[in-house]
Write a protein that binds this ligand. Structure first.
Ligand code: ADP
Length: 459
């Protein structure tokens, strides 16, 4: 039986063609959407954008140009990877990347589109290349591309009402042959491009900020290293002359060069006291640079915290009393204050707490209490005072390098401190696997500083 030939009515063919065309349009939009989701690198994204349209809609060339605010120009950033585009690039008298149009070149259709926030169409490629590319070269390029019409779509970041750039599509048909559907699809496409560009811009600026922060951080580290080196060199250099000043002042005070007149006793005493203060400051600096270099060494041996605390309280008592402060020492009666520790370092830590309490207590008393919790095996030393206390929020910072509390706190009362004592003490307690912390109910309410370490511990 002869095969019956089915005749498809021409309207049906037209419908199928429309369907195919629409399918292509949807595929293009879907491809752009996935590009938006996947690509955040700005350069890669622009390339994807330029390539999406011609691939799916069969257009000849797509170009993306971006507003360069710094130079007030519209800069071509990406062109599709199509035969027509390659021909254009070869025919151009200047490199593609150099086609910068000034935002003030109002004759150019790209700028017109931006200024009016409206799409434009032209059959003359010169309209989108002028004045950077000459009229002659523009017509050579158009011939090489074989395009009839170029559509220009401005891209705006809606929320900011700011032009991001323009999207150019060149096709091989005249303006009248471009269907409404195609125009609508292109317009939808530009909406997608807008989101993609905003996303990528945010991402790129975030990346730039991260990079700037990284560089700033490196710079800070380098400055910190230089500061450490300076502190270390300066402290070492200061130590020798200071030892001489202290030695001679002490000999003068003791009368090694003859008995001092009454008038001279006080000034010489002051020289000696200042030299002692300076020695303590330099010791803090040297400790800081040793901690930073990791060269602070410890000699752990059996020692008695009770004996050491007792000695130190006796040592600081005259200074406290001179200021009218009572300084007392109490302990839980059960004993057991032997531990393994670096006695020199423990002396320094407790001295710093006592010194601070005297410095930051204008009147009242300072109590030192030692206890031993047999259940946990911890020795706890508490130095409490009735002094200026610590402003709320200051406490966590006091154990950092060079931290001196807020202007209402210690910094106001005693201007010469280094802000290193508690930092060094914390480092040293950590090396002992112990803890140091402070408590205060606020400014003017006194403060308590605690040291905790294991009895007979062996780090
Ligand atoms: P410095 O005493 O040299 O400033 P520290 O590291 O020993 O350095 O102390 C840091 C800061 O902690 C002090 O500047 C002060 O503000 C605060 N501080 C320390 N001990 C006390 C205390 N007993 N009472 C009130 N403030 C204190």
């Amino acid at each position: 039986m002869p095969e019956e030939k089915k005749i498809i009515p021409s309207q049906e063919i037209k419908d199928i063609e429309t369907l195919i065309e629409r399918n292509k349009a949807f595929a293009a939009t879907a491809s752009l959407n996935s590009t938006i989701l996947q690509t955040l690198d700005f350069n890669l994204l622009t390339k994807h954008i330029a390539n999406s349209i011609p691939e799916f809609l069969g257009y000849q060339t797509a170009v993306l140009a971006i507003v360069d605010e710094t130079h007030q120009t519209l800069k071509r950033v990406a062109v599709s990877d199509t035969a027509s585009a390659h021909a254009a690039l070869q025919a151009l008298e200047i490199p593609f990347g150099d086609i910068d149009i000034k935002l003030s070149d109002k004759e150019n259709y790209c700028i017109k589109s931006i200024d009016e926030n409206n799409p434009h169409t032209t059959s003359d490629l010169y309209d989108v290349l002028r004045p950077t590319v000459s009229r002659e070269n523009a017509s050579v390029v158009q011939k090489a591309m074989g395009t009839k019409t170029t559509l220009i779509y401005p891209i705006f970041a809606i929320t900011e009402k700011k032009a991001l750039g323009v999207f150019l599509v060149s096709v091989n048909k005249s303006a009248e042959d471009i269907t409404e559907f195609e125009k609508q699809t292109l317009s939808n496409f530009v909406d997608g491009i807008r989101i993609a560009l905003v996303n990528a811009n945010l991402y790129t600026s975030l990346n730039n900020i991260t990079e700037e922060l990284r560089a700033a951080n490196e710079h800070l580290k380098e400055m910190d290293r230089m500061k450490s080196e300076f502190v270390s060199i300066a402290s070492h250099q200061l130590r020798t002359p200071l030892t001489a000043i202290k030695g001679y002042a002490s000999m003068l005070a003791e009368g090694s060069f003859g008995k001092l007149s009454e008038k001279m006793t006080e000034p010489v005493g002051r020289i000696l006291q200042s030299a002692d203060n300076l020695v303590a400051i330099i010791e803090d600096f040297l400790n800081l640079s040793r901690i930073e270099k990791g060269t602070l060494s410890y000699h752990f041996a059996k020692m008695d915290m009770e004996k050491l605390t007792y000695e130190l309280v006796a040592e600081f008592k005259p200074r406290a009393e001179e200021k009218g402060l009572a300084l007392s020492f109490t302990k839980d009666g059960l004993g057991g204050y032997a531990t393994m520790a670096d006695e020199g370092k423990m002396r320094q830590i407790i001295s710093n707490l006592l010194d601070n309490s005297i410095k930051y207590t204008p009147k009242g008393e300072i109590k030192v209490h030692l206890s031993h919790d047999r259940e946990t095996g911890k020795i706890l030393l508490c130095v409490s005072d009735t002094g200026i206390g610590i402003a709320p929020g200051d406490m966590p910072h006091l154990f950092l390098r060079f931290s001196r509390g807020s202007k209402q706190g210690g910094r106001k009362l005693y201007t010469e401190g280094t802000g290193l004592g508690l930092y060094v003490a914390k480092e040293m307690m950590t090396a002992h696997r112990g803890r140091i912390w402070g408590e205060s109910e606020g400014s003017g309410k006194g403060s308590k500083f605690y040291l905790e370490l294991s009895a007979k511990q062996q780090p």
